[in-house]
Ligand binder design. Structure first.
Ligand code: SF4
Length: 345
């Protein structure tokens, strides 16, 4: 680990010394022959039904967020905040992207998500502009909890993304407090107004995500209100999600398949979120499988079957790797509805 950190510091130094990005890429490629690069802000790539092969970028420290959702798959929020700052260095993110993208792997989207709210990082606009200018062949997606969209500066910074998936988990203030447990200075009306204003200025694809928690936001009254709000926002699509892996609170239950289908019909064809399998040849090019596995699972728990789909290897091959990571205490396990989930220790 110490050697890998040293290598990364060397890359940062090279950028200063070389000055030009072209030189930097060449040097990274040369070094890439004999070293393994450790990514701290990138994870995946993971397959996604809507985004194809998506490389994740995490701009936040673990569980720094404006919400503390009861269903959060990354655990309880440890730093509940509305303060925007450079939680993760933009230079570090750019250097990791430079190193990763020089490998020319098949990626469709570069997606800002992870274990906190990405728009809290005030450098998000800088990273989006960097990708748009230097890597126009990749599309950019952002997963946001929508809480900062009422700020003009945030809307401006993210407007050049290709896809924004914005969460709206309830239509009522009471359920907002119950499900999302927001920062005390947030209110639902400002959040909805923020999304509506963003819709008007955003030229990309805006998808609204509704996470259905059994017995909380799935009543007819709630859904009638929601439908009105969604009509006003006029997004390009609505995604319905429900608990798929262990949430933060044990009382949170998923809604059944039939119920979510009925909600989808009521919302006039909202898409029910599912995974697809990954193209195997993508995974076979990953020489640093263990590091990738740990960095991906750090952001989201997966079963052995999920992992096998993501990396394109069968479960029998993946299972011993997971066992070794558990034995070395890099991963831990938790029982969920779909089986045994692997989480970062
Ligand atoms: S689900 Fe997203 S918005 Fe909610 S607490 Fe987790 S990271 Fe924050």
């Amino acid at each position: 680990m110490a050697v890998k950190t040293l290598i990364f510091n060397k890359l940062l130094l090279l950028q200063v010394v070389c000055g030009s990005r072209r030189q930097l890429i060449l040097r990274i490629k040369k070094m890439g022959n004999d070293c393994t690069f450790t990514y701290k802000t990138l994870f995946g790539p993971v397959p996604s039904r809507r985004l194809g092969i998506s490389l994740g970028v995490d701009l936040m420290r673990h569980k720094t967020c404006s919400l503390d959702c009861v269903y959060c798959e990354c655990g309880a929020t440890t730093h509940l905040t509305l303060k925007r700052k450079e939680y993760v260095s933009v230079d570090r993110v750019k250097n990791e992207l430079l190193a990763y993208l020089s490998r020319n792997e098949k990626i469709d989207y570069i997606t800002f998500s992870g274990s906190g709210e990405p728009t809290l990082n005030e450098g998000i606009g800088d990273v989006i502009q960097f990708l748009k200018a230097d890597y126009p062949k990749y599309k950019v997606a952002l997963l946001t909890n929508s809480t900062l969209l009422d700020q003009q500066a945030v809307r401006r910074q993210i407007k050049d993304a290709d896809v924004v998936m914005a969460s709206l988990d309830t239509a009522t203030e009471a359920q907002f407090r119950r499900i999302c447990r927001p920062h005390p200075n947030l209110d639902l009306k400002a959040l909805i107004d923020g999304i509506t204003t963003f819709r008007k200025m955003f030229g990309g694809r805006l998808l609204m995500e509704y996470f259905v928690v059994n017995g909380c936001n799935d009543s007819l009254e709630e859904l009638i209100q929601l439908k009105k709000i969604l009509k006003r926002i006029d997004a390009d699509g609505v995604l319905l999600n429900t608990l798929d892996r262990p949430g933060t609170e044990v009382w949170v239950q998923p809604v059944g398949r039939n119920r979510i289908k009925k909600i989808s019909d009521f919302l006039e064809g909202a898409e029910i979120v599912q995974y697809t399998s990954v193209e195997p040849e993508m995974a076979m090019r990953h020489e640093d499988l263990m590091a990738r596995l740990v960095s991906t699972i750090r952001r989201r728990p997966y079963t052995a079957r999920d992992v096998s789909r993501i990396i394109g290897l069968d479960v029998e091959t993946v299972q011993p790797v997971l066992d070794r990571l558990v034995a070395s205490k890099q991963l831990t396990v938790k029982q969920g509805d779909r089986g045994l989930f692997y989480l970062a220790s």
